[in-house]
Design a protein around this ligand. Structure first.
Ligand code: XLS
Ligand code: CA
Ligand code: CA
Length: 441
């Protein structure tokens, strides 16, 4: 049965195509450097935004018109979503998908029934994946929506909730193993606090670390060798989330001896909520060997919350791809569209058009970033800017061959310190030139 009858397989038509349902830049088999776009970009569809999101907002009801809405029984609806999902994956030519336990099957009246509901859908996934090239980029569990997680999950003050959260993650790891997930994600939606007045921060952080250690141990026990990923976000729904940004997360992982077990899943909109740029978070992870995967979306410049828009900003996708290429790719990670269509884009077709523009935006970003690296356009500027560290006192500082006494002697002999322009406007103009000339091809 087809859910998207009016949509054919999306084809690459090139930059001048006027068809909103054709790729302008994403040409899966085209090589950029020594790999194809498909191999580098590793796109994924987020199950929650594309199949369960109803497009409600805090002020209004859902607007989404979806072909599976004709089913009222929650399990029938869940099954229809699987059928529709694989149709969408194939038509878009997206190689991966991601989900939370909560997205794929309804909660039952007990934990046992909830896990059984999941098994029915996971069986279906397994069947569909046998006949398809689509793979699971990552799965995770939703330990934040249900009222039982009101005070947190692994950082709840209530030990029964900690146990319940662990039971769900245990199942999540088993499901990930069954479906061959390449990564497993932890996003701590309620792992933070509302106020310090009633919070034992030290205990909560210790408990969170114990939770992660138990997850690592259990995954070893069952032979699930996916890359574990922490997804930082500074706030929302909590006023402070413990995995605030990559730097906070990395400090936590190091303190609790977990840094070799985890990497980061970096979401663009979470970076901007933390007061960083997307490329800042990618850079921070990259230089520490911690860049795992990406949630590809963008925030709205006027809104201070997580709008999860489909990525269209070419500057941001270029700088993101720059970091990813400099990282040597994403390894087992990918670019997951943790993005939802706007409330006003309520037709099912909009789901396809949104993914098409997202994929095109990253494909173009990839091409520009590749050219920037090939020409050493930014590297030569940066190398030149730091050249004082290649010889003389700079070289001694770098090599650890000096100390404060020697530096003071040196400084006392300086009669003039010369600085040079950082040339930022010139550099931004160069970036624009690369964007435009790549677009024109
Ligand atoms: C919410 C997060 C969430 C994670 C997975 O803001 O982006 O969807 O990606 O739990
Ligand atoms: Ca995310
Ligand atoms: Ca988000």
């Amino acid at each position: 049965m087809a859910y998207f009858d009016n949509i054919n397989k999306i084809q690459y038509e090139g930059a001048t195509s006027k068809d909103p349902l054709a790729f302008k830049f994403y040409n899966p088999t085209e090589k950029v450097g020594d790999k194809t776009m498909e191999e580098i970009l590793r796109f994924g569809v987020a199950y929650w935004h594309t199949f369960t999101e109803d497009l409600s907002d805090p002020f209004g009801a859902g607007t989404a018109l979806r072909p599976w809405d004709k089913y009222s029984d929650p399990m029938d609806k869940a099954k229809a979503r699987v059928e529709a999902a694989f149709e969408l994956f194939e038509k878009l030519g997206v190689p991966y998908f991601c989900f939370h336990d909560f997205d794929i099957a309804p909660e039952g009246s007990s934990l046992k029934e909830t896990l059984e509901n999941q098994d029915i859908i996971v069986d279906m996934f397994e069947d569909y994946m046998k006949d398809s090239k689509v793979k699971l980029l990552w799965n995770t569990v939703n330990n934040f929506s249900h009222p039982r997680f009101v005070h947190g999950a692994a950082t709840s003050n209530n030990a029964d909730v900690f146990a319940y959260a662990a039971a769900k993650v245990k199942k999540g790891l088993e499901v990930g193993k069954r479906l061959g997930a390449e990564n497993y994600v932890f996003w701590g939606g309620r792992e933070g606090y509302e106020s310090l007045l009633n919070t034992n921060m030290g205990l909560e952080l210790d408990n969170l670390a114990k939770f992660f250690h138990m997850a690592v141990d259990y995954s070893k026990e069952i032979g699930f060798d996916a890359q574990f990923l922490i997804e930082p976000k500074p706030m929302e729904p909590t006023s402070h989330q413990y995995d605030y940004d990559v730097a906070h997360g990395y400090a936590f992982l190091q303190k609790y001896d977990l840094a070799d077990k985890f990497k980061f899943n970096i979401e663009a909109n979470h970076a901007t909520l933390a007061g960083h740029s997307f490329d800042h978070e990618l850079r921070y992870a990259r230089i520490n060997g911690m860049l795992g995967s990406v949630d590809a979306n963008q925030g709205h410049p006027h809104l201070g919350w997580d709008t999860d828009e489909f990525p269209t900003d070419l500057n941001a996708t270029t700088l993101a791809m720059y970091e990813i290429l400099k990282n040597g790719g994403l390894g087992s990670g990918g670019l997951n569209f943790d993005a939802k269509v706007r409330r006003t884009s309520f037709h099912a077709d909009d789901l396809f058009k949104a993914h098409v523009v997202g994929m095109d935006s990253f494909a173009l970003g990839l091409k520009v970033a590749h050219k920037l690296i090939e020409d050493r356009a930014l590297e030569s500027i940066v190398d030149n800017r730091y050249r004082s560290f290649n010889q003389g006192i700079g070289k001694e500082i770098r090599e650890g061959k000096t100390d404060f006494k020697k530096l003071q002697d040196y400084a006392l002999r300086l009669d003039d310190i010369q600085n040079e322009s950082g040339q930022l406007e010139e550099i931004k103009a160069i970036l624009n030139q690369y964007l435009v000339t790549t677009l024109a091809k």
